[in-house]
Ligand binder design. Structure first.
Ligand code: FAD
Length: 355
């Protein structure tokens, strides 16, 4: 049984994701999760009957700094070591050929992987939920988790606004709200919300629809084309009074405009559409990696939390691994690095940050 307090599935962060997929990560475990997810995405339609919209148009990480290029090289070595042989470091000329829409002179080199790309978050949600319903899963919308009944470190029932649910195993999949659900079970889930905003242009053909995801690694500014608009993102660190706030900020839009004008001349005359722009929440963990597994505070509460902004692309892998845990099957990859206790042990996942 899946419960969600909202009226419609996907109204948390999943419906607000822009739909990027990459295996170009800076830690072994994230690379492995991506490769496992990629395999499942390639067979998603066979498995669920729904096209996940997986398009391998590539991810291009540009940089204008020699030090950052060295970092990209270091991360690239890690990726190649863990099986992403197609990812490589390229010079500015090759980067210009891969994305001629970006002003030359705004970068000196890049990391590139042609097997990264895009997916459709709500189609993935639809594929999995329709397949689950066929297999007997019940979905209850408008049902809010409120408190757990616990006996000797074991959860026996969940109280909701629509009655009590008894179960053998519970899963916390509450995205940016995971800490609150954890608290109900007496489990510390170190996941905090972080607002992420997306600027959308008016409908335009200024940039080609098959343009790769293009990221300026120096400040995280990135852009892609989706459904006839250009989407532009930049992870600002402005403090928001209410951490669950999801309004788009005008000052942020102005800064994104400035960054875009300085690097993408082709977009200078294309206005942003404020109404079509949006914001949502990342579910950040302290080391920016997912938590997967149980804790000694509640032995039958499985945490699948804290993907830190990669939760759609990693969902096919994390869902499979969580089901392995529930069924007592050996997981298909070593998930020890994601054990929730790592923070208390002082052993967070080590990563070379890319974004
Ligand atoms: C602007 C933006 C762009 C992004 N781009 C990407 C991207 O390109 N690629 C990528 O992989 N990821 C991206 N992400 C991150 C991605 O959206 C998340 O990692 C992912 O959606 C998390 O999925 P989830 O199912 O854990 O959480 P959610 O989709 O948020 O689902 C959690 C659900 O829990 C429900 N809930 C909460 N509390 C309770 C309660 N007490 N009782 C019952 N139900 C409850 C909520 O209603 C919600 O529906 C992006 C996020 C944002 C905001």
């Amino acid at each position: 049984m899946v419960i969600d307090r909202s009226s419609e599935p996907g109204s948390g962060s999943t419906g607000r994701a822009t739909g990027g997929f990459r295996a170009q990560f800076g830690s072994a475990i994230n690379i492995r999760l991506s490769l496992m997810a990629r395999e499942k995405l390639l067979h998603f339609e066979e498995e669920t009957g729904v096209d996940p919209g997986f398009e391998q148009t590539g991810y291009l990480f540009l940089t204008s700094s020699p030090a950052q290029l060295d970092r990209l090289r270091l991360v690239n070595d890690l990726q190649r070591h863990h099986g992403v042989g197609e990812a490589r470091i390229i010079d500015a000329r090759e980067a210009a050929a891969l994305n001629p829409a970006i002003d030359e002179g705004s970068y000196i080199g890049a990391a590139w992987s042609p097997s990264d790309g895009f997916l459709r978050p709500l189609e993935i949600l639809r594929g999995y939920s329709e397949a689950a319903v066929r297999m007997g899963v019940r979905f209850e919308s408008g049902t809010e988790a409120m408190a757990f009944e616990k006996q000797r470190g074991h959860l026996v029932a969940l109280r909701t606004n629509r009655g009590e649910i008894a179960a053998h195993t519970f899963v916390n999949a509450a995205g940016a709200w995971a800490a609150r659900v954890g608290e109900m079970a007496g489990v510390d889930v170190p996941v905090v919300p972080v607002r992420r905003q997306v600027a959308a242009t008016v409908p335009t053909t200024a940039l080609p629809s098959d343009m790769p995801m293009t990221i300026f690694a120096d400040d995280g500014f990135h852009l892609r084309v989706r459904d006839g608009r250009v989407l532009l993102l930049w992870p600002d660190s402005a403090r928001v009074e209410d951490p669950f706030e999801t309004e788009v900020d005008d000052l942020w839009l102005k800064e994104v405009r400035r960054k875009s004008d300085a690097r993408v001349s082709l977009l200078r005359d294309v206005p942003f559409d404020r109404e079509a722009s949006w914001a949502g929440l990342y579910e950040m963990s302290p080391d920016r990696h997912a938590l997967l597994g149980t804790t000694s505070d509640a032995s039958n509460l499985i945490l699948v939390n804290g993907s830190s902004g990669h939760g759609v692309m990693h969902a096919p892998a994390l869902g499979q691994l969580a089901s392995d845990l529930i069924l007592g099957r050996p997981p298909q990859l070593d998930i020890d690095p994601l054990r929730p206790s790592r923070f208390a042990e002082g052993k967070p996942v080590q990563l070379i940050e890319l974004l």
